[in-house]
Ligand binder design. Structure first.
Ligand code: MN
Length: 261
């Protein structure tokens, strides 16, 4: 079994190391990860710049490459240029910082898994609910369990698993809850500063807004101490809204123009 690992925190991240430790029990591990932090770059890909690749001395894995690109670049490059054949599974993480609610859109961790899913490889994104903690062992064990279950059951073609783990000792985790992507979003703030030459710049920061959410939303369940597993679908069409949208008579637009011609 071939396992491809990536992340958005950078190839030197301890979360990636923790994932490699459990993955090496499962099979041949390939690490293809950004050579620097790429958190919150979303699904960006590099079209205007060259993508540099260098072997990286990652312990106890088959091969590791540090890539001068985004998480999505890493997966595209691994699947089409670096690996002789597609991996059986892709694991992205373990991210420092949860990825629930709207964060799924911005997350490079999720985007690496998204890119795998686009290419037909079952993919999991794993995040720890802390920006500073290095308590990765519980999350790594859960990632391993879910990787094994994913290999056994498979995933639908357009679906990845987004996993978030509370920053708690394993015995304090309340269990695993299957969740939906919630509404949680961030309220941004901009710190206005001046550089050494007196020019103004801004540094984006923010805090997560407190929201009333159902028990089975990812953000709420995570806060309540559950490991959350959310099946994320790539196709974002709002099927329920299509019938309402049809009442806008948009489709008459082309028809009327064709009549005028
Ligand atoms: Mn990150």
């Amino acid at each position: 079994m071939k396992i491809l690992l990536s992340n958005d925190d950078g190839i030197y991240s301890p979360g990636l190391r923790a994932l490699a430790d459990i993955a090496s029990d499962l099979g041949e591990v390939w690490v293809v990860a950004p050579d620097r932090e790429q958190s919150s770059v979303g699904h960006a890909i590099s079209l205007s710049d060259p993508i540099r690749v260098a072997p990286y001395p990652f312990p106890d894995v088959h091969v590791a490459y540090a890539v001068g690109g985004t998480p999505a670049d890493c997966i595209k490059l691994a699947l089409t240029a670096l690996m002789p054949e597609k991996p059986d599974i892709i694991l992205s993480g373990i991210n420092q910082g949860e990825n629930t609610g709207i964060s799924v859109i911005y997350s490079g961790t999720v985007s690496a898994a998204t890119e795998g899913t686009i290419s037909g490889v079952p993919s999991l994104a794993i995040s720890l609910d802390s920006f500073t903690s290095e308590r990765f062992a519980p999350a790594a064990r859960i990632a391993r369990q879910l990787a094994e279950l994913t290999m056994r059951h498979g995933l639908p073609n357009d679906t990845l698993l987004n996993i978030n783990v509370p920053d708690l000792p394993e015995e304090e985790l309340r269990g695993i809850r299957i969740t939906r992507q919630g509404l949680a979003r961030w309220q941004e703030t901009f710190d206005k500063r001046s550089d050494p030459r007196g020019r103004i710049y801004y540094w984006m920061d923010g805090h997560k807004l407190e929201m009333e959410e159902p028990d089975d939303s990812d953000g709420r369940a995570l806060t309540d101490g559950f490991v959350t597993v959310t099946p994320i679908r790539l196709n974002m069409t709002n099927h329920e809204f299509i019938s309402d949208l049809k009442t806008w008579s948009l489709e008459a637009f082309g028809v009327e123009r064709a009549h005028r011609c």
